[in-house]
Write a protein that binds this ligand. Structure first.
Ligand code: MLT
Ligand code: ZN
Length: 473
């Protein structure tokens, strides 16, 4: 395609979305072109922000005719560079942020239909206005968008109880690479009619089409919530406590987050207003949250019983139960601020592995030898062990320059961390997706038949390879 033809196509896109739908000034462009972790400096021929599904469809149609590639972007909070374009001539960055409405809430069927660009926290708030809960929750919820969390099948802090993003979707509206629209915005709970297309687009990271709207599952708002920060004797004790908490509470456990002393210390050191809830250090901690339809007093009795039984069994060594909403927030801050604290510390070689829950202690026991064989590191280990998901992050030893450390050892450390997870039947990417960063890992660890099936699907839906090229596959 000639330069002039490309310029004409870009002009047609400008005309289709109007001035308000284009990001032109240099200063604003960087917010879209650089990824959350600042791993990639992106480039695009045009940054476009359509205001409706019709506009997305029109942009896609023009791009198809002109052979332009399209990179979809939500809140740009992903960890794997999946929403960063990298071609200043041929790529159009399509951001969903202007499509941010709540289209409908069904308080009888417990569903909510929203635009893809709606910020997750606003989706939660919209459900809450109707006394309902949209349970997907994560550190980035103030800026990540529904379309992005669905496209990456994000996890977060309540997966144990409610599932990952994919499990919270009933229907999707998707614009295909040629501009055709699949209107799958159904609230049906049962629709057993062949391939599950919505599941295919969730987790596809925009490589098959663009999610423009979704019907999401809502749940009754719990009447009570109880939160405890617990010191446990070991990672094994943490896993045993999880099982006991689920049994005793008859599955009222909403979150079960694990963190090591090293991660807590990073937070205490770098994050203002945080304090150790205990008067002595422990090696392993769990943040446990129960929620239910019982009243506060009854649920309080349940969490106390979980802790007491844990103490008698020797798995719990200390614990505090939040006495107020404010104290609950403070306890959560100790867990949620770990990524921010790592950043203040100069960053980390970050991982997002999973194994089955019963093998978490074994993973934690075996991994240090693998990592130490690469180089000397500091460890920040935490994660959603209620989902078998660990963020096994490695920091440079004191005195080492973080960027040089990452350049020199990052790849080998990641290989060691991922190898062990996969050897143990686990995954190299539990909740952060593949994007650009873990594309090589997908190639290395997915079986040949699984990769061939993925490539066949990609080829069928996007034969010219124009959708988010260089991501996932
Ligand atoms: C978290 O659980 O805090 C994030 O998914 C992982 C991270 O930022 O390391
Ligand atoms: Zn996480």
């Amino acid at each position: 395609m000639s330069q002039a033809e490309r310029a004409a196509a870009l002009q047609r896109i400008r005309d289709a979305v109007g001035e308000a739908g284009i990001v032109d000034d240099e200063a604003s462009r960087d917010a879209y072109l650089i990824d959350e972790r600042r791993l990639y400096q992106g480039a695009a021929a045009l940054i476009v922000r359509p205001a409706s599904t019709e506009e997305v469809s029109e942009v896609m149609r023009i791009c198809a005719e002109a052979g332009l590639q399209v990179v979809p972007q939500g809140g740009n909070t992903g960890y794997c560079g999946g929403a960063t374009p990298d071609d200043a001539d041929r790529q159009v960055l399509l951001c969903l942020g202007r499509m941010n409405g709540v289209r409908a809430i069904d308080p009888i069927g417990f569903t909510m239909t929203v635009d893809a660009g709606l910020v997750l926290a606003r989706a939660q708030a919209a459900a809450e206005e109707h006394g309902l809960l949209f349970p997907l929750s994560m550190g980035s919820e103030g800026s990540c968008q529904v379309g992005g969390v669905l496209s990456t099948n994000a996890g977060g802090l309540a997966v144990l109880r409610y599932g990952t993003a994919r499990e919270l979707v009933l229907g999707l509206e998707v614009v295909l690479p040629d501009g055709e629209v699949i209107d799958g915005l159904t609230g049906l709970r049962k629709d057993n009619t062949g391939y599950d297309l919505k599941s295919l687009f969730c987790g596809a990271e925009g490589t098959l089409g663009i999610i423009t709207a979704a019907v999401l599952k809502l749940f009754p708002m719990p009447r009570s919530r109880q939160t405890a920060f617990v010191a446990v004797e070991s990672a094994d004790a943490a896993c045993r406590l999880l099982g006991e908490a689920r049994r005793i509470s008859t599955d009222a456990v909403t979150s079960f987050e694990y963190l090591t002393r090293a991660s807590l210390e990073l937070v205490l050191h770098h994050i203002e207003g945080t304090a150790d809830p205990f008067d002595q250090p422990y090696e392993h901690y769990v943040l446990l949250e129960l929620s239910s339809g019982q009243d506060e007093e009854a649920l309080r009795a349940v969490i106390e019983r979980v802790l007491m039984d844990g103490m008698e069994a020797g798995s719990v060594v200390d614990g505090v139960i939040a006495e107020s909403g404010q104290q609950r927030s403070k306890l959560w801050r100790l867990r949620e601020a770990i990524p921010e604290a790592e950043k203040h510390n100069g960053g980390a070689v970050k991982h997002d592995v999973s194994v089955t829950i019963d093998r978490i202690p074994e993973y934690l026991e075996r991994a240090p030898a693998r990592v130490d064989a690469v180089t000397n590191c500091l460890y920040s280990t935490y994660g959603h062990i209620g989902d078998g998901n660990l963020h096994y992050n490695l920091l440079p030893p004191s005195g080492a320059e973080p960027e040089a450390f990452r350049q020199k050892h990052g790849a080998a450390i990641s290989r060691a961390v991922h190898d062990l997870a996969v050897e143990m039947g686990g995954s190299f990417s539990a909740e952060h997706g593949v994007g650009k960063l873990k594309r090589g890992a997908l190639e290395d660890y997915k079986s040949a038949p699984a990769l061939a099936a993925m490539r066949a699907i990609k080829q069928a839906l996007d034969p010219d390879g124009r959708m988010n090229p260089g991501k996932v596959l």
